[in-house]
Design a protein around this ligand. Structure first.
Ligand code: UDP
Ligand code: MG
Length: 329
């Protein structure tokens, strides 16, 4: 590495953060691709690669440890169990030390070459450069559920969360510092990033197929994630309760008018009682249970926030070329 004369500005540092959950079939190719893609810029930037093993059950951790022995720019964080994608990224952002951080999926669905475009836009002065999908290669089911999710989220949320963006993005140190202050447990990072502000821009890209392995986001996790996005960024569901309340009162008032009308103008006809009562009972019972559920969701979030537990546990940190794991305090 040439020693830079004092006249040159200091080299800027760029880190990649990769959440890893059962990605044994992708790690080697991923690292090779990212190393290749960033090589031409190596004379201008110091690159580092932070892999967060989110309690993988396959050989991912061994593969990563192996990688950290080969490449000194690699750091491996081992979480103490599976905390989920958003927590893994959070751990990465807490531990990273760079002027810009690129967050990327580890299954090669986010093409590493797009990172170069993100870096270019960052150099133009943007603090957040998010990669926006022009197209995606997922199953029809995934496309449909994702489409519905973004549509719904944009309708409900109080912040403008750009559609068709995942967590693939570059964020400046300023934004990382800001993000670290947000310690909420039910995390929806892309919402937080929108919420925080700064100068943001998009780069369009075509999302690839997952290279190997299976998705770590089954429908159950996806629904939870959607709930985090919606509950975390709006109180619209709460407001809907009172609106529905008004609507139902208005409806029952119509019912009262109907009964009075029948009594006054057609005293001979009997008011069909049981049908009306049963329908009203089921309808109101259902609404009440749904609304209790909505209230419960917010109370649950308040409860878990009040508990104020640490967001994740770190089991070990391996830095490049160091063979021994050090347990972070
Ligand atoms: N991931 C993680 N913890 C989990 C699930 C997923 O760290 O509990 C990682 C996974 O290794 C990948 C990224 O999060 O790098 C996105 O996950 P995945 O590709 O399974 O989601 P999809 O692309 O199907 O939405
Ligand atoms: Mg994926």
């Amino acid at each position: 590495m040439p020693t830079s004369p004092l006249t040159l500005p200091p080299r800027r540092r760029i880190a990649f953060v990769f959440p890893i959950y059962n990605e044994e079939g992708n790690i080697d190719l991923l690292h090779r691709t990212v190393a290749e893609v960033t090589a031409p810029l190596a004379d201008r930037y110091d690159f580092s690669f932070l892999y967060i093993d989110d309690g993988s059950r396959d050989t991912s951790l061994e593969k990563l440890t192996e990688l950290s022995r080969r490449d000194e720019r690699v750091t491996v964080i081992e979480l103490s169990r599976n905390f989920g994608h958003q927590m893994a990224v959070t751990a990465g952002l807490d531990l990273v030390d760079a002027d810009a951080t690129v967050i990327m999926d580890s299954d090669l669905q986010d093409p590493p070459r797009v990172a170069l475009e993100l870096i270019e836009r960052w150099e133009e002065g943007y603090d957040v450069v998010y990669a926006q999908r022009r197209s995606r290669q997922d199953s029809a089911f995934k496309k449909f559920t994702a489409g519905a999710f973004y549509w719904f989220l944009r309708k409900m949320a109080a912040v403008d969360i750009p559609k068709n963006t995942g967590d693939f993005r570059l964020i400046d140190r300023k934004v990382v510092d800001e993000l670290r202050k947000y310690r909420e447990r039910d995390r929806f990072l892309r919402g937080l990033v929108s919420y925080i502000g700064f100068r943001q821009t998009a780069v369009l890209f075509d999302r690839d197929k997952r290279h190997a392995g299976v998705t770590g986001y089954p429908l159950r996790k996806m629904l939870r994630f959607a709930a985090d996005g919606i509950l975390g960024f709006s109180v619209t569901p709460l407001r809907m309760i009172s609106r529905l309340g008004y609507l139902i009162s208005a409806l029952s008032f119509v019912g009262v008018l109907y009964v009075i009308g029948v009594k006054l103008f057609a005293p001979a006809t009997a008011v069909p009682g049981w049908a009306f009562i049963t329908i009203a009972m089921f309808f109101l019972g259902g609404i009440q249970i749904i609304m209790l559920g909505v209230l419960g969701s917010y109370i649950g979030r308040t409860y878990s926030q009040v508990q104020n537990r640490p967001l994740y546990g770190v089991a070990s940190v391996r830095t490049g070329l160091a063979s021994d794991a050090r347990v972070a305090s």
